[in-house]
Write a protein that binds this ligand. Sequence first.
Ligand SMILES: Nc1nc2c(c(=O)[nH]1)N[C@H]1C(S)=C(S)[C@@H](COP(=O)(O)OP(=O)(O)OC[C@H]3O[C@@H](n4cnc5c(=O)[nH]c(N)nc54)[C@H](O)[C@@H]3O)O[C@H]1N2
Ligand SMILES: Nc1nc2c(c(=O)[nH]1)N[C@H]1C(S)=C(S)[C@@H](COP(=O)(O)OP(=O)(O)OC[C@H]3O[C@@H](n4cnc5c(=O)[nH]c(N)nc54)[C@H](O)[C@@H]3O)O[C@H]1N2
Ligand SMILES: [Mo]
Length: 761
Amino acid sequence: MKKPHAQPPETHTGIKIGKPATKAVGAKGVTESLRQMNKYMNKVDALRITSKLNQKGGIDCPGCAWPDPDDERSKLGEYCENGIKAIAEEATKKSIGEKFFRRNSVQEMSEWSDFKIGKQGRLTEPMFLREGAQYYEAISWNDAFQLIGNELNKLNSPDEAIFYTSGRTSNEAAFLYQLFVREYGTNNLPDCSNMCHESSGKGLSQTVGIGKGSVTLTDLYEAEIIIVMGQNPGTNHPRMLSALERCKENGGKIISINPIPEAGLINFVNPQRPLKMLGGGTALTDLFLQVRANGDVALLKAIMLLLFITEETNPGTVFDEKFIQEKTIGYGELIEDLQKYSLDELAEESGVSLKKIYEAAAMIQHKSKIIICWAMGITQHENGVDNVREIVNLLLLKGSIGKRGAGTCPVRGHSNVQGDRTMGIWEAPPQRLLDSIEKTFGFKPPQAHGYAVVDAIKAMHEGKGKVFFAMGGNFLSATPDTELTAEALRRCDLTVHVSTKLNRSHLVHGKQALILPCLARTDIDEQAEGEQFVSVENSMGVVHSSKGVLTPISDKLLSEPAIVARLAKATLPDSKVDWEKMTANYDHIRDAIEQVIPGFDNYNERVREPGGFYLPNGARKGTFKTKSGKAHFTINKMTQHNLQQGEYLMITNRSHDQYNTTIYGLDDRYRGIYNERRVVMMHPDDMKTEGLKAKDIVDLTSHFNGKMRTAKQFIVVPYDVAQGCVVTYFPEANVLVPLEQQAHTSKTPASKSVKIRIAKC
Ligand SMILES: Nc1nc2c(c(=O)[nH]1)N[C@H]1C(S)=C(S)[C@@H](COP(=O)(O)OP(=O)(O)OC[C@H]3O[C@@H](n4cnc5c(=O)[nH]c(N)nc54)[C@H](O)[C@@H]3O)O[C@H]1N2
Ligand SMILES: Nc1nc2c(c(=O)[nH]1)N[C@H]1C(S)=C(S)[C@@H](COP(=O)(O)OP(=O)(O)OC[C@H]3O[C@@H](n4cnc5c(=O)[nH]c(N)nc54)[C@H](O)[C@@H]3O)O[C@H]1N2
Ligand SMILES: [Mo]
């Protein structure tokens, strides 16, 4: 029998190649976002939403986790082009229910593109796929919960169930979810952060004692130098560009480090400031270092070595000796190790010329208010954790942490991915969390650690994971090694997805499958004791409320907290938790959070204050909660890739028209690539070496531990990519990312440095 397709079709959509943009946003961005909104939403809803978006007491944008200003918020609307696309996608008036699923078999839908799948509309009622069936059918909520409860209770051990979370889930839903999962008896709580900023969490915890960034938005305004590494804020965190602009206006300088020059980092035209717009915007980047994929450790070492040489000549003028002495350990070892490298070899491995590295060191050497921002270009490598630790080394040498205008800034992805982890969505929970749950609720949570994402895939593949439950997300398409993950999901007895929109994970399923439709961020959430709001934590540790304003598209939707509560009741008849009370009024959930999670004193009161409140953060204050009580310098090896002739390092990036696996459109405007996603961007000289011309069609193969993986029919696009590297889009190229190629310690798939070969078709 044919199996539903795990990958989007290999067909092409009619590529147009233009010139990459040299500016981000501007009038075009604003028009584009309004066009999107008008296409999918009615005007009244659109206005109602935009006036509330990211305003104090309003709706938290479901797009990225970038913080809102603490003080004045823009009257013109505190949102961006891509936030509007996220809203339009979620608040669409199109919907799908039983009729739709009766018309379209799982097999047929799997032949559609991800773009088409996403555009079908909001899910409106619970759907069930029986064993062997081709069509989903409607099922009542009660029957759905009963079915899941029965399957869970049938397992030989709770550890045969896996509970995934994607980072849009609110604090309230996340807390209840982990509470249910732990009372049921497992710590199998993999989440999207395993594929995202886990390397940051690990690297930062080891070195500065907290797995979160240390800066606030005001620090960015006040910094003398901001280094933006491995991040494309113009597309993925557009509102960050306003913060970078303010830094520049205050005299700060920006260094960007990336294998490709990203438009948003070059020049920014702020749509909120019409006068500036006329003047052509702000040139953001002062120095661009075109590093090779995963050449960052070498580059940072080269910069640190140059700083050390200047420090030796003029002691006390470059490094912050007092800070190093009082607040850190491991300085001597770091310097000893640095001196083993030559500048030439470091420059060679980084792919950046020595001249540029000298320029970078010169910009940094006499500054102390330095912030380093980073995202997936740093974390998604085998040495992702080392990358983060090397960033910390540089900041520690300069004393640039724990004071105003300086620090670490891992820029988070999903709008509540940081909050979910704070709430205990963690396969490796700290003991104090487990103890605290036991004390508050009177049951003993399981002590053994559970599966992270890659382990969960392996477990399902080996038949050890039998029920897969996802609170949001699109596990199949977001994870590495698409075909292997598909096989893993197919081997499950039951797969369940709590979702807002249809996605490929509903189509590549276990023996039985359920889709449970839920309320989204923008929807009004009415419970027994009235309308509820939820809360989220942004990238800088601010917890604040979010309240939807739209009438839900169907009266059969449940909120995520209600889904967890009813699932818990169906599964755990003797539960120690009063689930009904918790969902009647989310204040009760917040009261429980206050008891279990540190930093949430007077949660209900403080979350109602306009703008919310900051969680405690030791590193921000220069207190390092490591074992030694000091910040740690670490020794990280320089990565060497030793590419053979014909081998390239593939980076999988997001286009300007997608939200992870949700495809808003087929254009990547800033990169000048239109109407096609199956592309491979390549340096023109590398194309010449391979005998390729623009628009040639190629197959890509990755090679890891003797296993070959293939992605067919990609179109070659000449692009200014660092030589030896190529860029494709996620999720189309995920089939090439080997499951076993993961970051040491954090287990994050190495989606930004996959060794591939390219063959003309
Ligand atoms: N509109 C929109 N917003 C989003 C998302 C979205 O899909 N769409 N996704 C959200 C999520 S979950 C996340 S995690 C974030 C992701 O935000 P980003 O991390 O900005 O997303 P990517 O597209 O993965 O971009 C990675 C960047 O790192 C660069 N890079 C790749 N390899 C290297 C390297 O080895 N070294 C260096 N220095 N740079 C490298 C790439 O060229 C690219 O510019 O965005 C969030 N916001
Ligand atoms: N090759 C490669 N792979 C990657 C990455 C990469 O850069 N390269 N990035 C990784 C990263 S950083 C991340 S975070 C993951 C993302 O992985 P996921 O978080 O699993 O994927 P998303 O595409 O964000 O999930 C989209 C789905 O979430 C559902 N959804 C949306 N809003 C809600 C909501 O409010 N509630 C519920 N219950 N469901 C909702 C919708 O049904 C939608 O189809 O992908 C990772 N995979
Ligand atoms: Mo992410």
